[in-house]
Design a protein around this ligand. Structure first.
Ligand code: FES
Ligand code: FES
Length: 369
């Protein structure tokens, strides 16, 4: 057994180092989970379980796994580095830790994602540190089997018989736990997919150059080939997927962003041309939890259905009110004609723009950005 102070990752067979964490107003310790398998996950710098696309992926994976009906990602929150992912089965917990935390160092984890599967006795049975290769069926199966192993043929206290589902040797709880281990492993896949996609898009090293973009008030340092569009730079390299790719040919408006306060089609401009300019995407429109008035007006007026065009519509709508268009509904339709909505949410969109126009007239103010 190695010292807890080792910086080498904790290995299968090691006791899982105990640690304390505060959550829900109480202090817990890992040892409190004895009796249940625990999947301890450290997310890498790029993986953010709060990101909608990751939540969606996670829930899809969990929902698609047999035997975990109803086990959904219910809550993400908590102070400090802890995010407690609670599931409907109260016996389970899937703690996720920031990879730069003191606990990560305790486990020998750096900035990379890592997963430790800890059995009910507190022993690490399986681990994966670094880029996730555990999407291979063999690795996932191994993760499942090692968590389930302590429960196979475990007699129940009341009957002395093997516990429920003796033919499989698993209780429902065991299966949920192991399925979650596999699901979490797979859920980390978007990080890899993102990196692979970026690598595919990347040009030969000789043509890549450093590009600094100012997006939503932040400086983003990217390495881009000159032909990368601003839309691809935002979505594929910066992880800002709010701007949508509808046509990629300047005909639908789904990719609309603001550059120096004016609306632009990000699919029609190269990222390298935008250095030194102020880029605002839909992610930068709200002020913290406070929606931009146009975002709120789209909600109030049912200005969207599937939502695919909505970020572009909102960005255009905000800009339109700073452009020299007339005030009528027909003027709004004309001004917004470059933004296509396949769902036909146009009446609500026009109503939203007009609502914000009236509010601005009443308040005597312009657009807030
Ligand atoms: Fe840019 Fe359609 S994706 S206009
Ligand atoms: Fe579906 Fe516009 S809301 S495309």
């Amino acid at each position: 057994m190695r010292s807890l102070n080792d910086r080498e990752p904790i290995q299968p067979g090691d006791d899982a180092p105990d640690f304390a964490f505060a959550y829900g107003g109480a202090t817990h310790r890992l040892f409190d989970f004895r009796g249940s398998p625990v999947v301890l996950a450290f997310h890498g710098a790029e993986w953010d379980p709060a990101r909608a696309e990751h939540i969606e992926t996670y829930n899809k994976l969990i929902a698609s796994l047999g035997g975990v009906a109803g086990a959904r990602l219910l809550q993400i929150g908590g102070a400090g580095p802890w995010r407690d992912l609670s599931f409907t089965d109260a016996a389970l917990s899937l703690p996720v830790l920031a990879a730069d935390s003191a606990v990560a160092r305790q486990y020998g984890v750096g900035s990379e994602p890592a997963v430790f599967v800890i059995d009910a006795g507190g022993v690490v049975r399986w681990s994966q540190v670094g880029p996730m290769s555990l999407v291979s069926p063999t690795d996932v199966a191994r993760a499942i089997s090692v968590v389930a192993a302590p429960f196979v043929h475990e007699p129940t206290a009341s009957t002395g018989e093997p516990n429920e589902a003796p033919s499989a040797g698993w209780t429902r709880r065991d299966f949920v736990a192991t399925a979650l281990a596999a699901a979490f492993a797979l859920a980390l896949r978007p990080v890899e997919a993102h990196a692979e996609r970026a690598a595919r898009l990347a040009a030969p090293a000789s043509t890549v150059r450093p590009v600094t973009l100012t997006v939503n008030g932040r400086q983003l340092s990217l390495s881009l080939e000159p032909r990368v569009t601003l839309l691809d730079a935002l979505r594929e390299y910066a992880g800002l997927t709010g701007s949508k790719k509808g046509c990629d040919h300047g005909q639908c408006g789904a990719c609309t962003v603001h550059i120096d306060g004016r609306r632009e089609l990000s699919c029609l401009t190269f990222a390298v041309m935008q250095e030194g300019r102020r880029i605002t995407t839909i992610e930068g429109l709200a002020s913290g939890e406070q929606l931009h008035p146009m975002q709120q007006a789209f909600i109030t007026n049912d200005g969207f259905q599937c939502g695919y065009c909505t970020s572009g519509q909102v960005m255009s709508a905000v800009a339109v009110l700073d452009e020299p268009w007339g005030p009528t509904d027909d003027d709004v339709r004309e001004a917004m004609s470059g933004n296509i909505c396949r769902c036909g949410a146009y009446p609500g969109i026009v109503a939203a723009v007009q609502e914000v126009r009236r509010a601005q007239a009443t308040n005597g103010g312009g657009n807030r950005q």
